[in-house]
Design a protein around this ligand. Sequence first.
Ligand SMILES: [Zn+2]
Length: 261
Amino acid sequence: MSKTSGRTSGAARLRTGLRLAAVIAGGLALASCSFLDWGFMGGGSKAPSPSVDPAPTRSVFSLPRVGFPGLGRGGRGGMMSASERQCRAALRRRGVQFTDLAPIRDSAACGIDHPVRISTLASGVAIKPAATLNCQTALAAAEWLQKDVGPAARKRYLTGIAEVNNMSSYSCRRIRGSSRWSEHSKGNALDIGSFTLKNGHVITVSRQSILAMRARGFLHAARVGACDEFTTVLGPGSDADHADHFHFDLRQRRSGYRHCD
Ligand SMILES: [Zn+2]
């Protein structure tokens, strides 16, 4: 009797223990969701500031990425798509430091659903000032820097790139002399004005003298390489508006045409 009573009592304690464990586990799961919500969902319904980049809502290194399907920040663009999440994973693999920004909606023509602000294009290569772009354009810029610009500098100057000068990234504007909105108005374009090498030498994007063979070769390699990553490439010689910078964008044309000038 006492043995049976002892087993019964043990089983009862076990059931009580399991119920307690379930309650604790449920509580932890709720706490965990709340924690993740702050990190990934917080900026979803906030109205964007009309002309100033919204404050970063999350540092790339501040929270772990958890592979929950559909988890992402909301906003006018809705939940972050799989391609947006994959793009951020690719940025991390390339050593790009970035923060996710709240959705930018300046007008019907201007804005980015899931903007990023990038401060580097590779480990140890700054982009200054930091650029606000859509993720695909940020990734294209990082790939261009790492596949084309870095090797071109090492080949011709025997050193790497320390800094890239961002002349314009997201900007709500029309193309000069046109009624069409610039790709900048969608965070789909980036303007580069100069490169600073690790030895401090600065190469400006401009028409170089015939004697400046190294700079000419470097800028040519950077420009030609950009055609692999972007769908529009403009620079000195294209027109008067691009005499002092490269313009790169990811404009989608129905024909699939890439404009590399
Ligand atoms: Zn531009």
